[in-house]
Structure formats: structure tokens, C-alpha cells
Design a protein around this ligand. Sequence first.
Ligand code: FAD
Length: 474
Amino acid sequence: NPRQRPLRLAIVGSGPAGFYAAARVMQKLPDARVDMFERLPVPFGLVRYGVAPDHPEVKNCQERFEEVAQSERFQFVGNVKVGRDIPLDVLSQHYDALLFAYGASQDRALGIAGENLTGIHSARAFVGWYNGLPEFADLDPDLTQSDTAVVIGNGNVALDVARILLSSIDTLRNTDISVHAIEALSKSRVKSVIVAGRRGPMQAAFTIKELRELLTLPSVGFKFEDDSLVPTAEYIKSLPRLEQRKYRFAQLLEKGSATTFEEAKRHWHLMSLASPRSFQEAPGTRNLQSIVFDHNRFKDPNAKFERTASVAPTGADFTVNSGLAFRSIGYKAEALPGMTEELGVTFDTRSGTISNDKNGRAVSADGQRQVPGCYATGWAQTGPTGVIASTMENAFASADSIIHDWESGKDFLATNDGKGWESLSKDSRVTIDKPITWQHWKTIDAAERERGQAAGKVREKFTRVEDMLAVAYA
Ligand code: FAD
């Protein structure tokens, strides 16, 4: 190793990407030190604020992250927004390298008429609300006005939204779902959820596990209504075994729900080949009343079972009456303020990702030049796709790039003091009011568990940053 001193790395974001990358760097460079910056006073990103409350097993990765945080070579600094409270040119003066792991915390809009009517929510807002994300603590969606809800999108998040709307309140009550969500969901009048996709079920992005969960929800019925969009059992059987696996979706859909459609109290539907064209309001109000959809067709009817099949509008449209809609068409990352001007890191707004060499090394817009000392990982690098396992693989790859570059003597951030948070925290250009250490977080964590216990739940999250800070600094 040509280096004179151990690597000092700043990681921006404390979701799975940041934590898995920290673990890898600290494991492979046994004297490297990592400081992790998180804009909220609490860690774990979408593991805490995205993953559904009825998926507690998915959150087990937090135990691994806890181990990382226990290391003396690791420092957590929460309640600080990098790019605002710490300008990037200031951050870069105290570290050899910066790893951007700040996720995708905006949402994509449909860009159609009526999108701002009352009764239309982004899935990100709704998910954030039931998971207690401070940003959406006051969303207060009215679930009492419409017995039909429409979820626009065909990813796992769309199915999470559908499942939360359809689940019996008793299965949610003991989870870490926010108490305001329990209250609103127990008053919900939603009996039917339509999950709409612009293509067909064979092109859907959701996974078998999520689909099976929805099909086995107690007292919830599903019947697949458009047989022409999935291959027949006979056709599937005629294929080689490996090929058949591709169509497990079709087999599940055709089997339908565990509760028969007729006996079920609530129902869900898959609506295919439907692109929303406009949202209509109830006359004289700003409330959603119905949604007009374009009816699509497969451009190549012979390819309709292929994952990549594309569609075009037929010219016909149809209307669905509903006063409640969720758009679940993806999360979106954005550039951090100063990223390009102060560091030369470019952000590709088309793909919504930090320009990089696919192994996490930030590169110039033309892809020709590596930006020394700047790296990206997780959803900020790849865009909002995949699950925690794929985010982990991706974080390991980005970490390996840092390790490789460090060991091979490449250029890192040129004018840094390598002293990290010790000197950064004294820098007059940094404006952090109440920084949160890991010990502070453990205090917040314990208080949340205690609040939960009192209510017979795993945890009751604080939904206000002020309340988190008050507990931490008590
Ligand atoms: P994130 O988890 O978003 O973490 C980014 C962190 O950076 C956040 O804590 C954010 O607050 C912080 N940050 C942002 N900006 C700044 C800044 N300027 N300064 C400092 N910090 C900042 N995967 C599964 O395996 N199973 C599931 O059941 C599952 N359910 C999901 C449900 C939903 C609704 C969503 C959206 C995703 C789900 N996923 C699930 C996917 C999983 O959450 C992602 O793969 C993973 O969280 C991406 O990790 P990340 O670290 O890149 O981003």
C-alpha cells in the first residue's frame, strides 16, 4: 500500500447501501475509518421508512448494521443534511473519499391532468405516512370516501400499498406501523383495490413472493379476468423445465386467491394494458371522482408473454370511478446541491443516477474521466430498482472500487486533512444544530420500543424530528 495513512471515508446516507459499503471497507482495510452522515436523526433509510410493517423479517439486516456501528472505526452523524448543513466542498476537505449512498427520495410524477386533486397520493407519501416518516406525518389520507382504490404501477411498492389497504387491521396492529395509520386504516371503507399496469401481468415488476402474499391474505379475493394475457397451463407444460419457471406468475394468477372470490369480504384486481390519461374531479370540488385510462395493445401480439414486450395506445379509453388513487411509478434520486460545481460529480437527470462507471466510480458527464475520491452506491447509483439483497451486492462492488483504487495508489481528494469528523465538526462553515451520535440513536430506539410496548406493539416511532431530538438530548 503506497499510502502514508489509513483511509478516511465519508458516507452520505445510512440506508442499506451505506451500511453494507461501510462493512466491506472496514473489513478489507482494517485501519480505515468511516464517518456516516444521515439527514434524519435515525438510521437505516428505507429499511425503516419503506419496507412494509408486516415484513419484520426483512428488517433483520439492521442487526448487521448495528455490528458495523459498534466499531471504534465508525462514527454516525445524524440530523445533518449533506449539501445543505455541510457543503460538499467543506466535506471534501476532511476526507480522502466520499461515497454517495443517499438513495432516491423524490417521486416520479405521471404528468397528467388532475394529478393534484384531493384523494391522489404518491405511494412514497403513503408508505412514508404509514411507516412514520416525519416528512409525511401529516398526510392524513382520507380512506372513508371511496370503496374503491386504484394503485397505478406494477412494482412491489404497488403491491405493498394494496396489501396494507386490504389487510385486516388486527394483523397490522402489533407491527411498527404508525398509530395514526392504524386509526385511519381501521376507519377505511376501501373494499376493492385495482392495481393498474400499462402492460400485462407477464411484464409486471413485482416478485412472486409479494404476489403470493396478496393472494393468501385472509378474506381477500382475487380472480384473474384476462386469460389471454397469460400463457395457458398446457403451453407452459410443453416448455422445458427451466423455461417453465418464467411463468410461475401465470400459474399463481390462474389459481387465484386462497379465499374464494365469492366468500371474500375485500377484493383486488389486476387491470392490464391501462395507462392513466387524466384524473377527473367531482363537479364543484377538488376531489377525485374518476380516472380516465387509455386502453393499450401489445405492439407485437406474439410477444405478449415476453418480459420486454412493449405497448401502444389503441385509441380507445375507459373510465374507472374511484375517489382514491396512489401513483406507484417509482422513486427518483436527485443531485445533491453543489455536487457538480464543487466536486465535478455529474448527475444524469434522464436516468436519475450519479454518472458512474457501473462499479460506483463517479465519472465526468462524457464518462471519460474518473472524479478522484468520489463514489456512488445504492439507489443513488443504480436508480430505484431491486431489493436489499441486490443493494448489498451493489454496495460491495462500490466498496471494492474504493479499496482497489486506494491500494493501487490512484488519486483521491487532493487537499484534505484526513481528520474526518474531528476537524469537520469544528469547521465554521458547518451548520449542525444537534448532531446525533449512535448512542443518541440507541436512546431514541429504546424510547420507541418502550412506547410500543405500552401499546402492545413492537415499536411506536416518533414522527416528529423535534421529538426525536428531545429524547436524544434529554
Ligand atoms: P435508502 O434506503 O433510501 O437510504 C438512503 C439514506 O440516505 C436515507 O436514510 C436518507 O434519509 C439519506 N439521505 C438522503 N439525502 C441525504 C443527504 N443529503 N444527507 C444525508 N443523508 C441523506 N427491499 C427488500 O429487500 N424487501 C422489501 O420488503 C422491500 N420493501 C420496500 C418497500 C418500499 C416502499 C421501497 C421504496 C423499497 C423497498 N425495498 C425492499 C427496497 C430497499 O428498501 C432498497 O433496496 C434499499 O433501501 C436501497 O438502499 P439505499 O441505501 O440505496 O437507499
